[in-house]
Design a protein around this ligand. Structure first.
Ligand code: OGA
Ligand code: MN
Length: 299
């Protein structure tokens, strides 16, 4: 049976039906999924029964996988293999984390609007998040369409931001939550990296904003001006008309395009309910400045 694509809106978010991700897709099936991914940015696959290997095999069709960063590799967090980011509220003993645990303080960053791995020189292309357990209330994931948000900017703003380069660091996003306990290895592994503010989405050739809570500076702008601009762009891009909210069911796999969306997790009682979510992440092909041909002044 042919797969079925059911758009949620005409060009953002779609459900994919009549597909079993536990089995290898044919090239023709994969081409259909890939075309839907490039067009809709967020794809929802319901009722998928996947072992980690099947989850990773599907992810690998889109490109090379990332491995988790050091801060996720502490003793607190050995539940999953290194190609999987553990986005759960569970510790290595598979119990709900402690209120004061480092893991919890760190993971609360997922509640800020962001795109995955923009703090890496080569950031993520896409993320594939699989739900093994969900809370009965809350814990949704919201997605913002940064191509539509770019299109809707006033011409004056488009001209102002063209060619600008921001600096992204996981330390900037965590600082917004008052978290600053990075050790030396973590700091060494994650220096701030340059990312263009406007990019051309490779799959569709549409222009898109590229912003995240990880962005903390803009090269060539005064700090207060940079912060104001980043806050304004984020507020603009996350208005209701650009946002799809995913309400999870167990066995949903949701994939999103990190090149042209932001996402955030919504609140839930994380000291009461288990939320077991695991993510495979695919790397993009090159640094965004290289992709855009931007000349980046030394930061
Ligand atoms: C992620 C993420 C948010 C959520 O997996 O990258 O930010 O709702 N998740 O779990
Ligand atoms: Mn994320």
């Amino acid at each position: 049976m042919a797969i079925t694509i059911m758009p949620v809106t005409p060009d953002f978010a779609a459900e994919v039906h009549d597909i079993d991700l536990a089995k290898p897709l044919t090239d023709a099936e994969f081409a259909e999924v890939e075309a839907a991914f490039e067009k809709y940015s967020v794809l929802v696959f319901c009722d998928q029964h996947l072992e980690a290997e099947q989850h990773l095999d599907f992810a690998r069709r889109f490109g090379p996988l990332e491995t988790s960063i050091a801060v996720y590799r502490g003793d607190e967090n050995l539940r999953v293999r290194p190609e999987i980011a553990d986005v759960s509220n569970l510790n290595a003993r598979d119990q709900i984390w402690g209120e004061k645990s480092r893991l919890r303080m760190f993971q609360l960053g997922n509640r800020l609007w962001h795109t995955d791995s923009s703090f890496k020189r080569v950031p993520a292309k896409c993320s594939l998040l699989y739900a093994r357990a969900i809370p009965p209330i809350g814990g949704h994931t919201e997605f913002a369409d940064l191509r539509a948000a770019y299109d809707a900017l006033p011409g004056e703003t488009k001209r102002r931001i063209e060619g600008l380069v921001a600096e992204h660091s996981i330390q900037y996003s965590r600082a917004k939550l008052g978290f600053a306990q990075f050790n030396e290895e973590e700091k060494r592994e994650m220096p701030p990296v340059p990312q263009v503010l406007v990019r051309t989405h490779a799959g569709s050739k549409r222009k898109t904003l590229y912003i995240a809570s990880h962005a903390g500076r803009i090269i060539g702008l005064a700090q207060d001006e940079a912060e104001k601009l980043l806050a304004e762009l984020t507020a603009h891009a996350t208005q209701r008309q650009f946002v799809y909210t995913h309400r999870w069911r167990v066995h949903d796999l949701v994939m999103w395009d990190d090149r042209c969306t932001m996402h955030r997790g919504t609140e839930f009682d994380d000291l009461r309910w288990r939320r077991d979510m695991q993510r495979a992440t695919v790397s993009d092909t090159a640094p965004t400045c290289e992709q855009e041909g931007a000349r980046v002044a030394a930061a």
